[in-house]
Design a protein around this ligand. Structure first.
Ligand code: 13P
Length: 252
């Protein structure tokens, strides 16, 4: 048991229209309100189009709101992009940066991710920085090296346990129903914490939350969330229903 407050974060990805998104958020808000004081923190990250709407649905439930990406600049001539300041204005407390789907679909490099995370911090928001190896990298025995390089390249100056969360998401486990073994997850998380200590010092590393992401479901959440260096989850598919997402949160 650590003093790190577990974070149960839902990444809705490119899912949700007004009706189903509102009903999901309102259902979670009801559960949270009924539960009263809980040890974990809950976060939902809908698509940009629903952020204001979901802010209303979450109301005073205590569930935090986040976005799935932002631009590295505060404002200006960047058609189609959204800044961290805009997300803060819309009610967000967190922004996910460097998700593997953005690294792949949009060619985001570690440097891009680092600049985005710095922009999130500059806006006064928390950055959820995603890292993780592909299946080919895993098969080549490069898991630790890849995660080490992603941490070194993606962590901005000024990162602290208060403004940054790391999400370890093995790319091959995302949306596949496959997960590493519990021992593998714990080993990588402990390695990540060691790397963070090298960059930020022991005390920030000890306090920083490291989430696991990749096919987390109510059926495997309990054992994953019980691992010593796992401080919550970043959940995709199973964050899209109240039953599954709340079921995961309840297993903390
Ligand atoms: P799944 O939970 O659907 O595997 O997605 C994980 C993820 O990518 C969260 O960011």
């Amino acid at each position: 048991m650590t003093s790190r407050r577990p974070l149960i974060a839902g990444n809705w990805k490119m899912n949700g229209l007004t009706a189903d998104g509102s009903s999901l958020a309102s259902g979670l808000a009801e559960k949270m309100t009924a539960a009263g004081d809980v040890f974990f923190e809950m976060l939902v990250c809908p698509p940009f189009t629903l952020i204001s709407k979901i802010a209303d649905c979450l109301g005073g439930s205590g569930i935090a709101l986040g976005a799935q990406d932002c631009h590295a600049n505060e404002k200006g001539a960047h058609t189609g992009d959204i800044s961290a300041a805009m997300l803060k204005d819309a009610g967000c407390a967190y922004v996910i940066v460097g998700h593997s789907e953005r690294r792949t679909d949009h060619g985001e490099s570690n440097e891009t991710v680092r600049d985005k995370a710095a922009a999130v911090h500059a806006a006064g928001l928390g950055a959820v920085i995603c890292i993780g190896e592909t299946e080919a990298e895993r098969d080549a025995g490069q898991t630790l090296d890849v995660n080490k390089a992603q941490i070194a390249g993606s962590l901005p100056e000024g990162a602290t346990a208060a403004n940054t969360v790391i999400a370890y998401e093995p790319v091959w486990a995302i949306g596949t129903g496959r997960t590493p073994t519990n021992d593998e997850v714990q080993d990588v998380h402990a390695f990540i914490r060691g790397e963070l200590a090298g960059h930020l010092g022991e005390s920030e590393a000890a306090a920083m939350r490291i989430l696991y992401g990749g096919s987390m479901k109510p059926g495997n959440a309990k054992e994953l969330l019980a691992l010593a260096d796992v401080d919550g989850g970043l959940i995709g598919g199973a964050s899209l229903t109240v039953e599954d997402f709340w079921g995961i949160a309840e297993s903390v």
